[in-house]
Design a protein around this ligand. Structure first.
Ligand code: VG1
Ligand code: CO
Length: 541
């Protein structure tokens, strides 16, 4: 064991989901060690306890895992559990933490961001409930990183990450575990695998794009081996360090091949994809894309058809920018709807306290109280369970849902890599005029209220301010502006646009048309084009 002197880095502030930077930033001498030691220094009482370590397999994953193991040993953890090959999807890591009553876990991922020597890397700490550390912990980590002067590490040879079994590093046990087994077993507990299997045996066809990211081995095992989907149903299933040069981001831009297939004449019945670390999901039925906000609402409305949720839901939680389609389901079910800031860490308390069962974000994240992370394959399996029980197509289920509840037309416009000063200026100017907006009209629509979202956690009483600017129109339409907290270069402005349409006769209007006046209003209110110099968003989802 040795104690090494170091000097602080000024930029180790965790964002929406951990610390994310370009690989060369992480490769600076002591950068990884400083951050991991700052995590350990912010925690108490882990001597002899278990730490879970795993990542999405991207470039630099193995190197950081070796460092983390040697530092955990030097800092007196009793045991670490590491996914074979360094692989654990984010929801699988959450499950391993919970199942083994671990003290916490280090999840190495930059999620949907690209990987490779000049692309992105990330480190996130999860607490003993299996969920991302809450803000008070991430604030403490950052504070520590600003003053850190030493870190502890064992000088031992690297551990063979590919060999399942147990070895010792110093006095600490290192167990290399099967990355998939526990997670697959959990899914079998939650869902009616027999019904899904019978449906597939009856000719139902599905395709899943693992995008050369972490869900490949999980999807192969569950969808093909356990549920009997035809060999080849899971595409791009080998995790690659650079995701094959693509963005492992399951949206209509980066999973365009899947979208095109699902809109073609020989589309299978169901298409899905997941992201770099396996916590996001994209759902596309034959001829219909289901927005993540709609998917949350539809899953919540039908969850009772799966064994794990047969007793009903305790509540439904969504992040603020997520469409309010789920709120309508909660109202009908007679359960509470919660609105939290962006980022899964805010759902942890609601899930732990038994206030919510299902949670979701517009950014393709859905999950439940089975773990404390969003879970891509879980969403896919819940859809399959619902489809098996209802015996209808995705399209029929979606259209029936809109007829029953009304349709929340929804889109997110991302302006990526905008100059940071310009993006901050845009937000500052919006904040400055917020008080004067109510009662004024834009594009023929009257603004009912405008504010900067602030969240009061009903469980621990903590507050989180400045979580996104909301422009609420009379009639229920909404525009939300916020800056991304996961990007690694420049700033990303996200503009979320929503309009409720109760009239079923108008539900098949194309989304851009349904939202046209709000899109124009979003620019008029914030001066997006003028301030960013962009004529259109980089990505529309
Ligand atoms: C984005 C999404 C947010 C999600 C976060 C992490 O954050 O908007 O909903 O929780 O990514 O997802 P931001 O701050 O860039 O908007 V993942 O799958 O990248 O861990
Ligand atoms: Co992710």
């Amino acid at each position: 064991m040795k104690t090494v002197s170091t000097t602080p880095f000024p930029d180790q502030k965790p964002g929406t989901s951990g610390l994310r930077k370009k690989v060369p930033v992480f490769q600076q001498p002591n950068y990884v060690e400083n951050f991991i030691q700052s995590v350990f220094d912010s925690l108490e009482g882990f001597e002899g306890e278990t730490l879970v370590i795993g990542g999405d397999g991207r470039f630099f994953n193995r190197e950081v895992i070796q460092i983390a193991i040697k530092m955990a040993a030097a800092n007196s953890f009793g045991r670490v559990l590491v996914g074979q090959g360094g692989i654990l999807s984010t929801p699988a890591a959450s499950n391993v933490i919970r199942k083994n009553k671990a003290f916490g876990g280090l999840i190495l991922s930059a999620s949907h961001n690209p990987g490779g020597p000049n692309e992105d890397f990330g480190i996130k700490y999860n607490t003993g409930n299996g969920g991302p550390a809450p803000e008070k912990v991430t604030d403490a980590i950052y504070a520590r990183s600003r003053v850190i002067d030493t870190y502890k590490i064992c000088e031992t040879p690297d551990v063979d990450l590919d060999q399942i079994g147990r070895v010792e590093v110093g006095t600490m046990d290192v167990e290399i575990i099967d990355s998939v087994a526990d997670y697959a077993a959990l899914m079998e507990e939650l869902f009616d695998f027999a019904a899904i299997k019978a449906k597939i045996a009856g000719g139902f066809r599905l395709t899943f794009d693992a995008m050369h990211a972490v869900t490949g081995p999980y999807a192969k095992e569950i969808l093909e081996h356990r549920l009997g989907a035809a060999e080849g149903s899971v595409k791009n299933f080998v995790p690659l360090e650079d995701f094959g040069g693509h963005h492992p981001d399951p949206n209509l831009v980066h999973a365009k091949d899947l979208y095109d297939l699902m809109m073609s004449d020989d589309a299978p019945d169901f298409g899905a994809a997941s992201d770099g670390d396996g916590d996001r999901n994209l759902i596309i039925g034959k001829g219909i894309f289901v927005t993540p906000s709609d998917s949350l609402a539809m899953l919540a409305a039908n969850a009772h058809l799966a064994p794990a949720y047969a007793g009903g839901l305790k509540g439904i939680a969504r992040s603020m920018p997520t469409s309010r389609a789920a709120d309508r389901v909660a109202e009908k079910l007679g359960v509470k709807a919660y609105e939290t800031p962006t980022g899964w860490k805010f759902f942890g308390n609601l899930l732990d306290a038994g206030l919510a069962t299902i949670c979701g974000e517009e950014s393709a994240g859905t999950g439940s109280d089975h773990v404390r992370e969003k879970d891509g394959l879980w969403a896919v399996l819940l859809w399959l369970n619902i489809l098996a029980v209802r015996g209808e197509s995705v399209k029929a289920i979606a259209e029936a849902h809109w007829t029953e509840y009304g349709r929340n037309f929804y889109a997110r416009h991302d302006y990526e890599d905008v100059e940071t000063a310009a993006a901050n200026g845009l937000v500052a100017e919006l904040r400055e005029k917020l008080d004067r907006l109510a009662g004024t009209s834009v594009q023929g629509m009257t603004i009912a209220a405008a504010d900067d979202f602030s969240y009061l956690d009903p469980v621990d009483g903590s507050t989180s301010a400045n979580q996104g600017i909301r422009i609420l129109f009379e009639g229920g339409s909404r525009i939300v502006y916020r800056l991304s907290g996961t990007g690694t270069s420049g700033a990303t402005l996200r503009v979320y646009i929503e309009r409720f349409e109760p009239d079923a006769a108008k539900h098949d209007v194309p989304t851009p048309e349904a939202l046209a006046d709000l899109i124009a209003a979003a620019d008029e209110i914030a001066g997006i084009r003028a301030k960013t110099g962009r004529n259109e968003p980089s990505v529309i989802t």
